[in-house]
Design a protein around this ligand. Structure first.
Ligand code: URA
Length: 433
């Protein structure tokens, strides 16, 4: 078999066999197929797509490219949750402790932020002392003791995805349904949980820009996961506007704590309640309507907050910061953006706001960049809000004062104002099982 022929077949719209897909994934993972051929291949897939059978084969080959975790010793209620990417998306920090407080087993590997989207691992690392790298024994024994651990991806989990994702990121081939579906589901299959809840985002801050495109992706991922014997649920959520108020690592940890204490912004509270309900419903085989009161009780009783505290303590984090978030360090500079005129905010571009937070230091442009955990943005006003000229619409936080004008102009430039009140945004479009 030759990689040249496989690329040509896909380029011309042919359907690849299981063997051809395995040849590509194995060869690329081992370094036998060079980057230039792999990038031609991903671009051919980008333009020609893949059949459901090809996408499934690609997913399984990627999942098997490294270690496949066996979580069966942890029982049958292991649950994982994955977002397809967003801005201000701190949902995992809220729903993982809720699910664990309700008896689900959360043994989860999360990623770092890249581009305009944030990553859970960076957010957890902003808690002083928190370790995201645990040995397998430590990881399993923590999950057995307290029902929850969230760590970074182990180095040999889906190495094919690590290489392919980095390649796609620099060759403009990220936004492809079969490539996104195989990237996400291969990691979830290798992660080993029986129950998988996907938060499939759509809108300006997501890879899928419309609910229809997100639904197509959600259906593909659910189908592959089900075929591999996992219980799948996909919740299609709105990412036209960043979720919650805060964007940036420490800022988002603080907001997640607020939600676990029964407060926080209503959009974030709602999305977290729903996703946690689907996690519980999948593990305990009930409906989301039956699960919801339990989720709300886990918050109001303080049990979910205590789970976060226990996880932070178990992973070396300083729990004083969880008990008193005012202890977190603040940025040297804060800058209030004022609204230029009266009206309603009718839209804001979540991707631009995510990039503005990266400009301020909250994210990284390449995986090697270091980040400033304190930096970020608080969106005081969001889509749908009535504003008057001179109102503060956002606060920027950074240690680098020179970045403020660029971030300010990006935010002002991506907000649209009108004198007509816009319709309320839908936060959850659909749930697919
Ligand atoms: N998240 C992933 O893990 N992979 C993709 O391809 C896109 C989003």
């Amino acid at each position: 078999m030759r990689m040249y022929d496989i690329i040509k077949k896909k380029r011309d719209g042919g359907e690849l066999s299981t063997e051809e897909i395995e040849f590509f994934v194995e060869g690329y993972t081992k370094g036998e197929i060079p980057d230039y051929q792999a990038s031609a291949m991903t671009m051919a897939v980008f333009f020609q797509g893949m059949t459901p059978r090809e996408t499934t084969d690609l997913t399984l080959a990627m999942a098997r490219s490294g270690d496949m975790l066996d979580l069966s010793v942890l029982g049958d209620k292991t649950v994982d949750k994955h977002s397809t990417g967003g801005v201000g998306d701190k949902v995992t920090l809220v729903v993982a402790p809720i699910a664990a407080a309700l008896g689900c087993t959360v043994a989860k590997m999360s990623g770092r932020g890249l581009g305009h989207t944030g990553g859970t691992v960076d957010k957890l690392e902003s808690i002083p002392g928190f370790k995201v790298e645990l040995g397998a024994d430590e990881f399993f024994s923590q999950v057995k003791d307290i029902g929850i651990s969230v760590i970074g991806q182990s180095s040999n989990l889906t190495p094919a995805d690590k290489k392919l994702y980095a390649l796609r990121d620099v060759t403009a081939s990220v936004e492809s349904l079969p490539l996104i579906a195989s990237s996400i589901i291969s990691k979830k299959l290798a992660g080993g949980s029986q129950h998988i809840v996907l938060d499939v985002t759509c809108g300006s801050g997501a890879f899928m820009k419309t609910p229809e495109a997100a639904e197509e992706l959600a259906k593909a991922m659910v189908e592959i996961g089900n075929m591999a014997g996992r219980h799948m649920t996909a919740v299609i959520t709105n990412m036209d506007t960043p979720l919650g108020i805060n964007i940036g690592n420490i800022l988002e940890v603080k907001e997640a704590i607020e939600v676990l204490l029964g407060g926080g912004p209503s959009d974030l509270r709602y999305v977290c309640t729903e996703i946690a309900s689907y996690m519980y419903a999948s593990c305990f085989d009930c409906s989301a309507d039956e699960a919801r009161p339990k989720v709300l009780e886990a918050i109001s009783s303080g049990a979910a907050f205590q789970k976060l505290r226990a996880m932070v303590g178990a992973q070396g984090g300083d729990v004083r910061y969880i008990d008193d978030p005012s202890l977190f360090e603040s940025s040297k500079y804060s800058y209030e953006i004022k609204c230029p005129e009266d009206g309603y905010i009718t839209s804001m571009n979540a991707e631009t706001i995510g990039i503005a937070s990266v400009v301020l230091g909250a994210g990284r442009a390449t995986l090697e960049d270091s980040i400033d955990y304190k930096a970020g943005i608080s969106l005081i006003k969001k889509t749908g809000d009535r504003v008057n000229a001179g109102d503060t619409i956002a606060i920027l936080y950074t240690d680098d004062e020179s970045k403020i004008p660029e971030a300010r102009d990006m935010i002002l430039g991506c907000m649209k104002l009108s004198l007509t009140e816009p319709e309320e945004e839908t936060l959850i479009y659909k749930v697919i099982k």
